[in-house]
Design a protein around this ligand. Structure first.
Ligand SMILES: [Zn+2]
Length: 543
């Protein structure tokens, strides 16, 4: 918009002046309600509550590991927030998850040859230490069960560094990034589908190694397991997946910053082993093994017209405040609900909002919603957590449930807090036309691109996998991938207020248009079992 300022443009839209301007037909909502869109833009741009809502969640409540006390506290807050906004049918929907785990305090330091506090984080769901433990470190790289024999009888009383540290990373990618048109154009490629039935089984086998390693350490009388962070620059994460009762790690486990890990390895190699002190105060809670998704609605006027939906995962990891992953998406959903509720008009279709949990452990909350509302797949019920996640995609057939035909559009947000630049058609090329029409009023806000590629790793994925119209927006990466994702840097500081306002306005606008549109997004066919993509593949037995 080179000749009209954004503010002036909003006023023109509000006055209905541009809606009929012949040279700019794409700028008005073609079959939605342009007056409502203008009101959403006005409220969201001039009286945004996104950042104050974000501060209440991230600064005051903090990280939200699924099924922790902090998660439950945050959910009570979120339900209040929806109700205050005038959103209806606010309720939790429980699903089977696993143990609660609450981290009360911890400290990790080197105490010999000198005192040095270390940058470390307990691995989520680790057992606590009995008070403060102290011991010499040993570097004992073990990546497979056959490596255990070499360390038998050598680990008692030791703090075990379980890998070699490798070299310091030479970063080539930018730390902070906004997408150029050329970068966005690169996303506009159809992603060829891959069906590799063996890959899921391999994923499950590799993941269970951590539990076996901790059990070996326990049997050997080791004090603790130390793993190296997967990023340098003092970034730590603390992801852990041993949250099923009876499957928790045998010894306390921490993740150590690369710089601190390398120093310990150098000291151990060149002189007497350095000594480390670890104290972790954490509590398991087996009293409620179910977690909740939160659902809220703005009821529609036509019960036969189906519903549209927006969602984001509310859970986070533990090292930061869960601000960009995925407080940003959660706040955008909460703010979008406020912007629509504020209109005080009933949409044609019901607009449903979801704050998922268990996403970080394998999209467990959104999958539970699918199983409860949309469709089932025959997964072995004995598989839990990540194992069940890996198996779900390859379980056939898909059996639709009652709401399968009623869900007309789902918009997910989980790629940090960067502003929206357009939308992925997720390989459903036929959906592009209507998505583009709905997006048109927001071109002036910088969201004007449609790209063909698929996005993965979050809560729309399993909806896509069963053929439902579930989409994510293209977002500027900012510093999400380089440093913030899952790390101790995931704080409110890394959210941009202007980006958050923009995202909430577009989320609300797209929902409003989808809810009122005369047209419906074209659906993919109900997927049936594909043939293996590579029929000649022979798996390397060493893998
Ligand atoms: Zn996420």
């Amino acid at each position: 918009m080179p000749t009209v300022s954004r503010h002036r443009f909003a006023l023109l839209v509000a006055a209905g002046l541009l809606a009929s301007a012949a040279p700019l037909p794409a700028l008005a909502a073609p079959d939605g309600d342009s007056a409502a869109i203008a009101r959403i833009i006005d409220e969201g741009m001039n009286r945004s509550e996104a950042m104050t809502t974000a501060s209440a969640l991230m600064d005051r409540i903090g990280p939200r590991l699924t099924n922790s006390e902090n998660m439950r506290k945050a959910q009570t807050w979120a339900m209040d927030q929806f109700r205050k906004e005038g959103v209806a049918n606010v309720h939790p929907e429980p699903f089977d998850f696993g143990l609660g785990w609450n981290l009360d305090s911890y400290s990790v330091s080197m105490v010999s040859p000198r005192y040095l506090p270390l940058t470390a984080i307990p691995v989520a769901w680790t057992p606590p230490t009995a008070g403060t433990l102290r011991g010499p470190v040993v570097v004992a790289p073990m990546a497979r069960e056959e490596h255990f024999a070499e360390w038998k009888g050598k680990l008692a009383g030791k703090i075990v560094l379980v890998s070699l540290p490798g070299q310091t990373y030479e970063g080539k990618d930018p730390w902070f990034e906004r997408l150029t048109d050329a970068k966005i154009a690169e996303l506009d490629t159809y992603t060829m589908p891959v069906f590799d039935p063996d890959a899921a089984a391999l994923q499950v086998r590799n993941r269970s190694f951590q539990g076996k390693l901790a059990a070996f350490l326990k049997a050997e009388g080791a004090l603790a397991l130390v793993k190296i962070s997967y990023r340098d620059s003092k970034l730590i994460h603390g992801e852990g997946y041993n949250f099923q009762p009876g499957e928790t790690l045998g010894v306390p486990a921490i993740e150590l910053a690369q710089e601190d890990y390398r120093r310990l390895v150098r000291l151990a190699k060149t002189g007497p082993s350095p000594e480390v002190e670890i104290s972790i105060s954490a509590r398991y809670d087996a009293s409620n093994l179910r977690s909740n998704n939160l659902i809220a609605e703005i009821p529609g006027s036509d019960p036969k017209a189906g519903y549209v939906m927006a969602g984001a995962h509310f859970d986070s990891w533990i090292a930061g405040d869960g601000a960009n992953d995925n407080g940003a998406g959660s706040v955008t959903v909460i703010e979008a609900a406020r912007l629509i509720a504020k209109l005080g008009i009933k949409p044609k279709r019901t607009i449903r909002f979801a704050l998922w949990t268990g996403e970080e452990q394998g999209l467990l909350g959104s999958r539970a919603y699918i199983e409860q509302h949309l469709a089932t797949r025959p997964v072995d019920p004995a598989l839990k957590g990540m194992d069940s996640y890996a198996a779900w995609r390859n379980a056939w057939p898909i059996t639709p449930k009652g709401e399968y035909s009623q869900l007309k559009a789902y918009f997910n947000m989980d790629n940090g807090s960067g502003r929206f630049r357009g939308i992925y058609t997720e390989g459903n090329l036929g959906a592009g036309k209507l998505l583009g029409e709905w997006l048109a009023p927001f071109a002036m806000l910088g969201a004007d691109k449609l790209v063909a590629s698929k996005t993965g790793g979050t809560d729309h994925v399993f909806m896509q996998a069963i053929g439902l119209p579930a989409y994510q927006f293209i977002q500027d990466p900012l510093d999400y991938g380089s440093s913030v994702h899952h790390s101790n840097l995931d704080t409110l500081d890394h959210m941009r207020a202007d980006d958050m306002r923009q995202a909430a306005v577009i989320m609300a606008g797209m929902l409003w248009e989808a809810a009122n549109s005369e047209k419906e997004l074209p659906r993919a066919v109900l997927p049936t079992q594909p043939a293996p993509t590579d029929p000649f593949k022979v798996r390397d037995p060493a893998q």
